[in-house]
Design a protein around this ligand. Structure first.
Ligand code: KIV
Length: 283
């Protein structure tokens, strides 16, 4: 898809029923993010999330989405201390939760961990820019890449992660003009979340796309529900017997709204209309 210039669509998911809905769409990839610690488990941030919790969430997503490429997100504390920790925990995602790949936060400083995991035969995604697990050490949740030194760090991180063997790098909260240059010079697949429209693929948090997380919504997080409600309603009003419609089709509730909203996201990413300026940080 990268070589053909087809934008790749990626969404987070944390449990079975939503995964079923995603599995019925043409979505390319799923991330079981440690953001699940916040939106599904109710923690204030991702710091407390454990490997056991990630395995529980990820294995339920795998049961719901048997056909999707699933990336498991390594939680804080599961990979930093040693290569052995990193490989053992990455292997749990593969063997216990049926993942296809893992993601870990950190650029140059985590390149050795990424290398150890990649050398063990597990596909790895890097994650740089705003890295929520270590945001406290880097000045909180903020856009990264407005200073020349930050841009140079991002460039070097991508290069070192690629040399370590990652197949993709996720850029989070980066001005579009910066991610455009980084994407152009990369040899791996560059995904963005809050990084503008020039990356090879886009990631969004499912709960943001569905307007399901009331605590906080970053600028780049578009809720796709309002624009599909008309379509949902049109299907309902055509049916006099709503109870029978629901029983026969299961298209009368949140499952169907989820599918429609996710399909709208996929269409807009593929056509290049999402993310537009409204959902991108300023350069
Ligand atoms: O945990 C997650 O969902 C993530 C995204 C915020 C990029 O890592």
């Amino acid at each position: 898809m990268r070589s053909q210039g087809n934008p790749i669509t990626w969404l987070t998911c944390y449990e079975y029923s939503f995964a079923r809905a995603l599995n019925e769409t043409d979505l390319d990839m799923i991330l079981v993010g440690d953001s699940g610690g916040m939106v599904a488990l109710g923690y204030p941030d991702t710091t407390p999330v454990t490997m056991s919790e990630m395995i529980l969430l990820t294995s339920s997503v795998r049961r719901g989405a048997p056909n999707k490429f699933i990336v498991g997100d390594m939680p804080k504390g599961s990979y930093e201390a040693s290569d052995v920790d990193a490989v053992n925990n990455a292997m749990r995602f593969i063997k216990e939760a049926g993942c296809d790949a893992v993601k870990l936060e950190g650029g140059s400083s985590m390149a050795n961990r990424a290398k150890a995991i990649a050398n063990s035969g597990i596909p790895v995604v890097g994650h740089i820019g705003l890295t929520p697990q270590s945001s406290a050490a880097f000045g909180g949740y903020r856009v990264v890449g407005r200073e020349p030194s930050e841009v140079e760090n991002l460039r070097r991180s991508i290069q070192e992660l690629e040399e370590a063997g990652v197949f993709a790098v996720l850029l989070e909260a980066i001005p579009p003009s910066v991610s455009k240059v980084l994407t152009k010079n990369a040899t791996s697949i560059i995904f963005g979340i809050g990084a503008g429209k020039y990356t090879h693929g886009q990631l969004l948090i499912l709960h943001d796309l569905l307007g399901l997380y009331p605590n906080f919504r970053p600028k780049f997080a578009k809720c796709f529900v309002p624009e599909v409600l008309m379509e949902f309603n049109d299907a309902l009003v055509e049916n006099e017997d709503l109870a029978a419609f629901g029983r026969d089709t299961r298209k009368d509730g949140l499952y169907q709204i989820t599918r429609l909203a996710v399909e709208a996201y996929i269409r807009q990413v593929r056509s290049g209309s999402f993310p537009d300026e409204l959902y991108s940080y300023r350069d």
